[in-house]
Write a protein that binds this ligand. Structure first.
Ligand SMILES: NC(=O)c1ccc[n+]([C@@H]2O[C@H](COP(=O)([O-])OP(=O)(O)OC[C@H]3O[C@@H](n4cnc5c(N)ncnc54)[C@H](OP(=O)(O)O)[C@@H]3O)[C@@H](O)[C@H]2O)c1
Length: 314
């Protein structure tokens, strides 16, 4: 096989780890882009042994830090000739955390990690993706965006640096949904922007997989209980990792771009029916075949695009 290179962020745990194993087993060169090198080295060794593929590399990356992203991308470009697949899997999701946290660039930590970090990293690697014959980007999204079926739900674009942290309630759970909605809107916009270069950008709506003990430990009490109960009936991360692999490598998705894909590998769309109809809304919340209209509204898309561009321009 001609060498194909994939970068997976947050590859030391959960779906990222399972995806690393899958790609390595299939003969890909995998770059594990991880923050915690000590833990990740153990995982890297485990994956090399299990896949019998030595081309599993570990590179340091804190996706919430613009400096770290710039350093990572520049090192990557010194070491590799091109990039075929970029998977933005890492996420900050310490639900229940009470303290409003800021990234090194003073951006709310959930948004820095889940939205603006991936935006910057994608832009810095575009020229290397353009060298691939079949470049694909996948953004890990979530069913949490279903909260936007509530017409009152909005992203607090004016509180991304803690401007209202004393006067507005802070919830990582809400920030998480907002940041993933923002990532979805960037997916749509990027797909349009990158059309001429052949770079495909899609998002996967992850409905739920078993969480690792380490991830559950980071949650606060109520969320710990929820995650522990969900783990009883959620599938293992390998199932979603297979979706990552399929979307990023198969002929079926070769020409797909600007799509939100659900866990059944169906491309999903915004609702067609009456948005104020309660029955329709309930169906949307419990089904997996459509996403909130909010994601397609031009003002929202342009707003997040402009903010992302401004924050990452230096
Ligand atoms: N599990 C689910 O049910 C579910 C549902 C919907 C969506 N998702 C999405 O699926 C993706 C993977 O989730 P998962 O369940 O596999 O979670 P996980 O096991 O907690 O993995 C998350 C990974 O992200 C890394 N990470 C966090 N912040 C980082 C940063 N600043 N820089 C670099 N790496 C960072 C973590 O590394 P550290 O060890 O350094 O913390 C960890 O490796 C996420 O995008 C999540 O939003 C998951």
């Amino acid at each position: 096989m001609v060498e194909r290179i994939v970068i997976i962020t947050g590859a030391n745990s959960g779906i990222g780890k399972a995806a690393t194993l899958k790609f390595a087993t299939e003969g890909y060169t995998v770059i594990m882009a991880c923050r915690n090198i000590e833990i990740s080295k153990i995982v890297q060794k485990e994956i090399i042994e299990a896949s019998k593929n030595e081309k599993v590399e570990l590179m340091e990356l804190d996706v919430s830090s613009f400096n770290s992203i710039r350093k990572f991308c520049s090192e990557y470009k010194n070491r590799y000739p091109k990039l075929d697949i970029l998977i933005h899997n890492a996420a900050y999701m310490n639900h229940g955390e009470k303290i409003y946290q800021l990234s090194p660039e003073n951006i709310e930590l959930t948004f820095a990690t889940n939205t603006f970090g991936p935006f910057l990293m994608t832009n810095l690697l575009l020229d290397y993706l353009a060298k691939s014959e079949d470049p694909r980007i996948l953004n890990a999204c979530t069913t949490n965006i279903k909260h936007f079926f509530d017409p009152k739900r909005k992203i607090d674009f004016d509180n991304l640096h803690g401007e209202f942290k004393e006067s507005r309630p802070y919830s990582v759970y809400k920030m998480y949904g907002d940041s993933k909605m923002a990532l979805l809107m960037l997916t749509f916009k990027m797909a349009n922007e990158f059309k001429n270069s052949g770079i495909k950008v899609n998002a996967l709506q992850i409905n739920g997989v078993r969480m690792s003990k380490e991830t559950i430990k980071k949650l606060r009490s109520f969320w710990k209980v929820i995650a522990t109960i969900q783990n009883v009936y959620f599938p293992p991360p390998a199932e979603m990792a297979n979706n990552y692999f399929h979307i990023c490598t198969s002929d079926e998705f070769k020409n797909a771009t600007g799509q939100l894909i659900n866990h059944k590998r169906e491309m999903i769309q915004p609702p067609k029916g009456d948005k104020d109809n309660l029955v329709e809304r309930v169906k949307q919340i419990f089904g997996s075949s459509c996403y909130p209209r909010y994601a397609t509204e031009t003002d929202n898309i342009e707003k997040i695009w402009e903010i992302s561009t401004q924050l990452t321009k230096n």
